[in-house]
Design a binder for this molecule. Structure first.
Ligand SMILES: NC(=O)c1ccc[n+]([C@@H]2O[C@H](COP(=O)([O-])OP(=O)(O)OC[C@H]3O[C@@H](n4cnc5c(N)ncnc54)[C@H](O)[C@@H]3O)[C@@H](O)[C@H]2O)c1
Length: 340
């Protein structure tokens, strides 16, 4: 396989490469901002702070960081920001099934319109783009591990929970179309469960939820019978993978799974977190209908990425074990005034 690296032109290098991160005040975006600043980029963050927070960025070197509080669907703002940058990481979205279920109209619209606005601006200024998609697009496929070329198996439209997957799948179709018809240099990354410091449990993310519950002596609330399997990646591994994919021209027009393929059941995860926090919290099982307040909630039995493609292309290998990830999240919580 021929490997070419996209070089930032020397003139721009001297002037410092500039990255735009939509959703950069969020969990993954703020880690990406930190990584790119460390790599010598100027970073511009566009975020409406709907789920993100300025506190995610306040430890960063403000000299090379610009924060714009705005909407990714604002065409003229996005056009201006894209024109001024060399590379765009599009992460802004209504994230996760919980937000789609609670607020479907706004969430589906943000995910689709925001992506179209970013793609259109990037195509006009021919900017390198990374589009954040999700493992949710595989839907309820039972063919594990999930491979980038697999069919997507979504449930009926009456079940709103599939709206998150469907909106992200539309983002992918749009991206592939812009690559094909307008020569846009874009790559799609499908993040699997990504975890680390600064992720909030507010929108149903399981590890921060369990860690908070364990540290506060509350019951750890397992949805269903807890035998569902997941594979958790540390955000640092994910960011490294994304950055390497961005640097290569042969990844344009491609889709990559990014995550960790080490599986654990949710019940085992709850037990691990209880042990590693030293908590004596109970572990309680809650039926899906109760946990999600929608009837007939469909969960995914096993969600694990096939990492063969990203391994072959960039030699990606996640460095963080599930235990190390859990310990990092626990340490992050313990450093907060409410938990120390
Ligand atoms: N965390 C995961 O496990 C995971 C898994 C799969 C995919 N993803 C994808 O990764 C990306 C980042 O997710 P995250 O986990 O960091 O979530 P997050 O909620 O922390 O980040 C999303 C950011 O987008 C911002 N945003 C939302 N709507 C916006 C709008 N209209 N205009 C401007 N900003 C807006 C939010 O304020 C937030 O800062 C998302 O695209 C998400 O779908 C994340």
């Amino acid at each position: 396989m021929a490997v070419r690296t996209i070089e930032v032109p020397a003139s721009r290098k001297q002037a410092t490469a500039r990255a735009l991160i939509t959703g950069g005040a969020g969990f993954i975006g703020s880690h990406l901002a930190e990584h790119l600043l460390d790599e010598g980029y100027d970073v511009c963050v566009l975020d409406d702070l709907s789920t993100g927070s300025m506190s995610n960025l306040e430890h960063l070197d403000a000299q090379d960081l610009t924060m714009i509080n705005g909407d990714v669907a604002d065409r003229s703002l996005v056009s201006d920001l894209v024109r001024q940058c060399d590379v765009v990481f599009h992460l802004a979205a209504s994230v996760g099934v919980r937000r789609i279920v609670d607020n479907p109209i706004e969430s589906i619209s943000v995910n689709i319109t925001g992506t179209e606005v970013v793609l259109d601006a990037a195509a006009r200024f021919r900017r390198r783009v990374i589009i954040a998609s999700t493992s949710e697009v595989y839907g309820k496929s039972t063919k594990v591990p999930f491979n980038e070329d697999d069919d997507l198996v979504l449930g009926p439209t009456k079940n709103i929970r599939w709206g998150y997957a469907a909106s992200k799948a539309i983002d992918e179709y749009l991206t592939i179309s812009y690559v094909r018809d307008r020569g846009l240099p874009a790559t799609i990354v499908r993040f699997f469960n990504t975890v680390g410091p600064r992720q909030t449990g507010r929108y149903g993310m399981v590890i921060p939820t369990f860690v908070r519950q364990a540290l506060q002596g509350e019951p750890l609330t397992v949805h269903g019978d807890g035998t569902q399997q997941r594979a958790f990646a540390h955000v640092a591994d994910v960011i490294n993978g994304v950055h390497q994919l961005t640097a290569r021209e042969d990844t344009i027009g491609e889709v990559f799974n990014v995550g960790n393929d080490s599986e654990i059941s949710i019940l085992e995860l709850a037990e691990m977190i209880r042990t590693r926090t030293g908590s004596d919290s109970d572990i309680v099982k809650i039926p899906y209908d109760e946990a999600w307040t929608i009837q007939g909630f469909e969960d995914i039995k096993r969600r694990v990425p096939d990492l063969g493609k990203i391994r072959r292309w960039i030699g990606y290998e996640p460095a963080w074990s599930t235990e190390a990830i859990v310990d990092d999240v626990i340490a992050h919580f313990r450093a907060q005034p409410d938990f120390s």
